[in-house]
Design a protein around this ligand. Structure first.
Ligand code: GLC
Length: 501
């Protein structure tokens, strides 16, 4: 036992504790130095793009999940929408003024394939105006030659006279180039892809503009008379023999090659469908009973849901609608078609920036411009399968000068595109299932589909198919969705030929 009274013990204890404390301090300082060194080294050695590739955090996942829920339409809801859709088709067939206009097209015959002759076809329905020369050679053969012209925003939103003069001028140029004299008598089919109350096969009044057009003095006017007058001002010897919607043209031209075709659908800048209906199923039709017993009906389905009841609109959709020139109209179209999908996505992205969930809240002034995010970008982003979404990074940089996106940001952007695009396809499937159910063709038929969204948005077709299966079960397998390309002009020429005979 050591003697506790020994005077050297306090000195020994003091020395011991001081030693321990000092070594602890030294160790602490050394560890801190080491940690600091690791962080500094890490920061200087890891390149910027690897920092960018920080995986989505739980916060990003929570954001993605929230947006997913906002845009998801469960199967049961789809079924209810289908029932409501068929009812609204019936309402439109019964009386004018319904949400879905269900306009009788006056086209009651399908081409037999034996029609011959050379016709002009015009196609106006968006930014591009097409002039075609269509030669029907008989035996189902068709030759076409066409030229596209751009309809500027000024023309779309200017006066009706300027717009129709422009159309006549384009035809004049086309004829000149084709070596056809201006005074040659030509018959023409006019595809005019807006809601027109048809009054004859070559007469119809524009009910309202859609897809951003607002040209003055055209609503409530017969568009054939306006076009005919523009030709007259240029001393052109052209007779407008048929006025058709693009959906009707698509149906007519596809039926020419596949007689099982019962509907023509456009999934492009706008969306709409036409189908073959039995005349007895159109109580509002007061004209003569056609020999065929049927008529093509232009549904103008884009306006479905204008009473806001069956559509699963989000606050982004409502904002888009409030800022559009036709508020309260074309609500179904505004959730499906190419003119609007990019715009919905833009609103979601702006919102996520505002909440700080995207780009750490950094403002992107360019993204604030209306319609600055084209739907084509969504398809490009969805096709970006690179590990670090480098194509998306490039696109964000090119379009908006964003150089600081993290992988988590890009994941969010990609998911938003996916949710908005998937919802659109599922909604379009409701319409297709609606037509097939209404005309009882669940045992098999062909639906011809044209338009940029269907053609170029890679996943769109498959998503429509998946939703059709959810809606119709096995029956959906016997429905052929056929890609139709540029058929509406050809269809207009065919209808002009039929009208003439
Ligand atoms: C708009 C038009 C409609 C057209 C569709 C597709 O919905 O109102 O007539 O068929 O766009 O172009």
């Amino acid at each position: 036992m050591p003697n506790l009274n020994d005077p050297r013990i306090p000195v020994l204890l003091f020395g011991l504790t001081t030693g321990i404390a000092l070594s602890a301090v030294v160790q602490y300082l050394y560890q801190t130095y080491q940690t600091q060194k690791t962080i500094t080294e890490a920061q200087s050695e890891v390149p910027q793009d690897e920092l960018d590739s920080i995986a989505p955090s739980t916060a990003a996942e929570a954001t993605i999940d929230r947006i997913r829920k906002e845009f998801y339409i469960p199967a049961a809801r789809l079924q209810n929408m289908l029932k409501a859709f068929v009812k609204d088709m019936q309402r439109g067939l019964k009386q004018d003024g319904a949400i879905m206009k269900m306009i009788p097209s006056y086209v009651t015959r399908r081409a037999s394939g034996s029609e011959t002759g050379t016709y002009l076809a015009l196609d106006l329905g968006g930014t591009n105006f097409r002039v075609c020369q269509v030669t029907l050679e008989g035996a189902g053969k068709v030759r076409t030659k066409q030229r596209k012209f751009v309809v500027s925003q000024e023309l779309q939103k200017g006066t009706g006279t300027a717009l129709f003069d422009f159309l006549a001028e384009c035809v004049e140029k086309f004829l000149e180039e084709s070596g056809i004299g201006k005074d040659t008598r030509m018959h023409l089919g006019f595809t005019f892809s807006f809601p027109v109350m048809q009054q004859a096969v070559n007469k119809g009044v524009l009910m309202s503009w859609t897809k951003g057009f607002t040209a003055s003095n055209v609503v409530n006017e017969d568009v054939v008379s306006l076009l005919q007058a523009a030709f007259k001002r240029k001393n052109m010897n052209i007779k407008v023999a048929a006025l058709v919607n693009d959906t009707v043209g698509t149906l007519a031209s596809h039926a020419y090659v596949d007689p099982a075709t019962v509907a023509g659908i456009i999934l492009g800048t706008g969306t709409n469908a036409a189908y073959v209906e039995k005349i007895d199923q159109i109580p509002k039709w007061k004209g003569a009973r056609p020999a065929s017993g049927e008529m093509i009906v232009n549904m103008e389905w884009g306006n479905w849901g204008a009473d806001r009841i069956p559509l699963p609109s989000t606050h982004y959709d409502n904002k888009l609608d409030r800022h559009s020139p036709n508020t309260g109209q074309q609500l179904y179209e505004k959730m499906i078609s190419g003119m609007y999908l990019g715009e919905i996505t833009r609103y979601v992205l702006l919102d996520l920036i505002a909440t700080g969930e995207l780009l750490r809240g950094q403002e992107v002034p360019e993204l604030k411009k209306q319609y600055s995010f084209d739907t084509a970008n969504m398809s490009r982003i969805e096709r970006d399968y690179t590990k670090d979404l480098s194509d998306t990074r490039l696109l964000l940089e090119e379009l908006y000068g964003i150089t600081t996106s993290t992988l988590a940001d890009r994941e969010i952007v990609k998911h938003v595109c996916q949710f908005v695009g998937t919802r659109a396809a599922r909604l379009a499937a409701v319409g297709i299932a609606g037509i097939v159910t209404k005309i009882n063709k669940l045992d098999g038929c062909t639906i011809a589909i044209d338009g940029s969204v269907y053609e170029h948005y890679q996943h769109f077709g498959n998503r429509v198919r998946d939703a059709l299966r959810e809606l119709l079960g096995m029956c959906s397998d016997s429905i052929v969705l056929a890609q139709a390309r540029d058929g509406s002009g050809q269809g207009a020429a065919l209808i002009a030929a039929l009208a003439e005979s």
